[in-house]
Design a protein around this ligand. Structure first.
Ligand code: ZN
Length: 440
């Protein structure tokens, strides 16, 4: 296995024996889960809390430029301090209550996207450290935020000024031997930092994709510490888009009267106002006799690279049904029982990978591969458990990496940071299916 692969996070209470752990085995915590942060999501509307957390000397900020995080190296995120970012964000973006920010909304005066990620309570374990942040005597730990420093696009005085400040900040950090790490799928940070990064990137990406209300089409404002897009009833921008033909002025409990049309997101909790997570199934398919695994490959992958089958869950589908449909569509295999093994947040851009193990229906009707339905995969085939085991041990690597020099096998598989790897491991090494899989 390539040495560059980070360890997985530790499962919660990994050593605690329970009825569930005896029946189902130990919990597997996949890479990108296991964040050390307490999100205290119920405090996101409390600007007294956010303001104090933001200004506390222990606060850390993770910066993104076009969704690329600021790093010291490919294996180390660079968290910066308040003084570093104040030229861009000002003294306190939470100085006014949220209702006032909504009332005073002006689409011509954007502010940099800031996200409150949570409180890192680990300092308490170190004993006498009293420097951590404490709110209402209960909520403790160093605050973490994410900040978008992508230079704003467009014209207008406020936008040009903001762009210039962002560009200055980027130059400053790049002059300090830091850089914004590009690349499509970063999988190189240590587990705890990776979990913080995953939540930050997912939420940042969602904010950037949703500058307009999905219900009425007007510009939205980031609220709830970056976890909501609010569609304000009024826009102080004199050049704001006028009401559409037939639109009428309405009044609101928040003054001044609205100059935007009514929007259903203001009257009830609306799912278009909150970050989305896309459920995705990924499955290790085991033959009826438990001795083989079904793996498939896409044409764009490196030679010999195979993985478990995966796909998005569709509306009106259970996890089990999505697994059976995807596997039949991509390989022609018919599945019987489907069991959830573990899950993985996947911030590229917004997936939750629901990792399953499933067993094929015995015989020609169930296990015969037919690639004639969906053209998504270039190939799918059954691999002996022994071959998969060897590939996991010595032949796994990221998509752009080479496996260890000693590996001469014909199968390459994803690194341990991918849930696909953990699902295969569960079957061929850890007896997840039971007694059917022989060990070498
Ligand atoms: Zn709206």
């Amino acid at each position: 296995m390539a040495d560059s692969q980070p360890e997985l996070p530790e499962a919660h209470h990994a050593d605690l024996e329970s009825m569930l752990s005896r029946k189902f085995g130990k919990e597997v915590a996949n890479y990108f889960s296991g964040s050390p942060l307490n999100r205290v999501s119920f405090l996101r509307t409390d600007h007294v809390f956010l303001s104090q957390a933001f200004k506390h000397p222990s606060a850390s900020f993770l910066l993104f430029n076009e969704l690329s995080p600021l790093v010291r190296s490919s294996a180390e995120l660079a968290f910066v301090r308040l003084a570093d970012i104040q030229p861009l964000v000002g003294p306190d973006p939470y100085s006014k209550p949220e209702a006032e920010l909504i009332r005073d909304y002006n689409s011509a005066a954007p502010t940099p996207q800031l996200i409150f990620l949570g409180l890192d309570g680990r300092w308490r374990k170190e004993g006498e450290d009293k420097s951590g942040f404490v709110y209402k005597d209960v909520y403790k730990g160093a605050p973490f935020f994410a900040l978008d420093v992508t230079p704003a696009e467009g014209g207008g005085e406020s936008v040009v000024a903001l762009r210039s400040k962002a560009e200055d900040l980027i130059k400053k950090f790049e002059g300090e031997d830091l850089r914004f790490e590009g690349g499509r799928h970063i999988l190189s940070f240590p587990a705890l930092d990776a979990a913080i990064y995953a939540a930050a990137r997912h939420t940042m990406d969602w904010n950037k994709r949703n500058p307009f209300c999905a219900a009425c089409g007007y510009p939205t404002l980031s609220t709830n510490g970056g976890f909501k897009r609010t569609c304000p009833p009024a826009d102080q921008n004199p050049a704001a888009k006028p009401l559409p033909p037939g639109g009428t002025l309405t009044t609101s409990t928040i003054e001044p009267p609205t100059n935007r049309p009514p929007c259903p997101t203001r009257n009830a909790i609306s799912n278009v106002s909150f970050p989305r997570t896309d459920p995705t199934i990924i499955v290790a398919v085991v033959s009826a006799d438990g001795r083989r695994l079904l793996l498939g490959r896409q044409a764009r992958w490196p030679p010999r690279w195979y993985s478990t089958l995966a796909g998005f869950i569709e509306p009106g589908e259970s996890v089990e049904e999505a697994v059976r449909r995807e596997v039949w569509e991509e390989s022609g295999i018919h599945l019987g029982r489907v069991v959830v093994h573990s899950t993985q947040p996947w911030p590229y851009p917004a997936s939750l990978m629901i990792g399953c193990v499933a067993q094929a229906v015995p015989g020609e009707d169930g296990e015969k591969i037919d690639m004639g339905h969906d053209a998504e995969l270039e190939d799918a085939k059954w691999w002996a458990a022994e071959e998969v085991r060897e590939a996991l041990n010595v032949g796994s690597a990221g998509l752009g990496e080479e496996p260890g020099k000693d590996y001469k096998g014909g199968l390459r598989v994803p690194p341990r940071t991918a849930i696909a790897h953990q699902l295969m491991l569960a079957v061929v090494e850890r007896g997840f299916v039971g007694g059917g899989v022989p060990k070498v």
